[in-house]
Design a protein around this ligand. Structure first.
Ligand code: ADP
Ligand code: MG
Length: 376
């Protein structure tokens, strides 16, 4: 096999997806002297706004995929749900990083959990629930409470149905669920953390510090970096993320979401082979942030250490209510504002984020964080 190709500044990186993750990847790529071309079905997308070019088209439209590939040297993703045929076509035309196998694994929660088990990574107990009979068997095996999730295309808690007890199951309209589903035992976690891990073409692995994530209405609200956990636990989380990245032969960047259980165990919740919302703090607290790490890994360039030079809290700006706080944020010294350039602030839509930096080792407790967030 020939050695993987290296793409140097001046080359064009193709990003599938036009959202904020693509936008911030494109900005990191531009800083390193790369050109960026975006594939998205959306006119005026956040990523296309800061890229050299855009192919407007659906992710499974062969003509659009061919046009996109013709404009780029190497392909990566900010949105990983491209069809198997679309991925195969892209792969036949250009290097695709991360590769098809890992994308297909992360697209399907059953494939993902199966692969994680093969890699020795513990998860919540789960059963496939692809139809009503499997769901009955899953409930018999797992008991209540449990969570049903669509196997594909879920994000920000969408496509999830908590079943706290038998009464909730009885109330479920069994004809209506969007099969196929996966049933997961409900994890009464102590906290949620994540690790961003990058892996280069030469197998170099870099892990950013573990981050604690706090969700509101199923959407990430706050990330605390570093996660306020024992150093051994933080280290174990990085080791686990590195093991999964190596096992999946990642080339690129991946977010690994985990639950910390009451006894200090780690369960992998899900993986996302792309930049991740819980890694946004790295933009203001690391020498090379997650987006630069993503670009470097995809281009085949050396990966610098994931070095953090400060502590940070990241707060998502969701919908019109948070957007109304922009003037106050701009007037607050020490709050770094990142906006995604979305025209319309619909409720539940991620519009931007704010990072608050603290000196290294000085992340405050809950009260201090609340005070620093002020009106946010
Ligand atoms: P999404 O793709 O929407 O991020 P996740 O599987 O990460 O889907 O679920 C979103 C959130 O729902 C998680 O971050 C966690 O707070 C909660 N959650 C998901 N699965 C479980 C589970 N098995 N037990 C307890 N909480 C869960
Ligand atoms: Mg998640």
């Amino acid at each position: 096999m020939s050695a993987p190709r290296i793409f140097r500044p001046g080359a064009t990186i193709g990003i599938v997806g036009g959202g904020q993750l693509g936008r911030m990847s494109a900005m990191a790529a531009a800083r390193l002297g790369f050109h960026v071309h975006i594939l998205t079905p959306e006119t005026n997308s956040p990523a296309a706004e800061v890229a050299r070019g855009v192919t407007l088209g659906a992710y499974d439209d062969e003509a659009a995929l061919r046009d996109f590939a013709a404009h780029v040297d190497v392909v990566t993703f900010e949105f990983e749900n491209v069809s198997a045929t679309g991925l195969a076509l892209l792969e036949s035309l250009r290097p695709v990083r991360p590769g098809r196998a890992i994308l297909e694994t992360s697209q399907d929660r059953i494939a993902e959990k199966t692969r994680l088990a093969e890699l020795g990574a513990a998860t919540a107990p789960w059963r496939p629930a692809r139809d009503a009979a499997e769901l009955d068997a899953a409930i018999a095996a797992l008991g209540f409470p449990l969570i049903l999730k669509t196997t594909r295309l879920g994000y920000d808690g969408k496509g999830q149905f908590p079943l706290p007890d038998a009464a909730a199951f009885a109330a479920l309209d069994i004809a209506a669920p969007p099969w196929p589903l996966i049933a997961e035992g409900y994890v009464d976690f102590d906290r949620e953390i994540s690790v961003m891990v990058a892996r280069g073409i030469d197998g170099t692995v870099r892990c950013f510090d573990a981050t604690q994530n706090i969700h509101r209405n199923g959407i990430l609200d706050l990330s605390l970096a570093p996660a306020p956990v024992a150093p051994e636990l933080a280290r174990a989380a990085q080791d686990l993320a590195a093991r999964v990245a190596e096992g999946l032969e990642l080339v690129g960047l991946m977010g690994v979401e985990m639950f910390v259980t009451a006894d200090g165990g780690l369960l992998v919740n899900e993986i996302a082979p792309r930049p991740h919302n819980s890694g946004h703090w790295t933009m203001d607290a690391c020498l090379a942030d997650q987006f630069e790490m993503h670009v470097r890994a995809v281009a085949g360039l050396p990966l610098p250490p994931a070095m953090r030079h400060g502590d940070a809290v990241m707060k998502n700006l969701i919908g019109p209510d948070d957007m109304a706080l922009c003037d106050a944020i701009l007037a607050s010294p020490g709050q770094a504002l990142h906006l995604y350039g979305k025209a319309e602030a619909r409720p539940g839509r991620k519009m931007g984020h704010v990072t608050i930096r603290f000196p290294f080792g000085a992340l405050p407790g809950e009260a201090g964080i609340s005070a620093a967030l002020g009106p946010l």
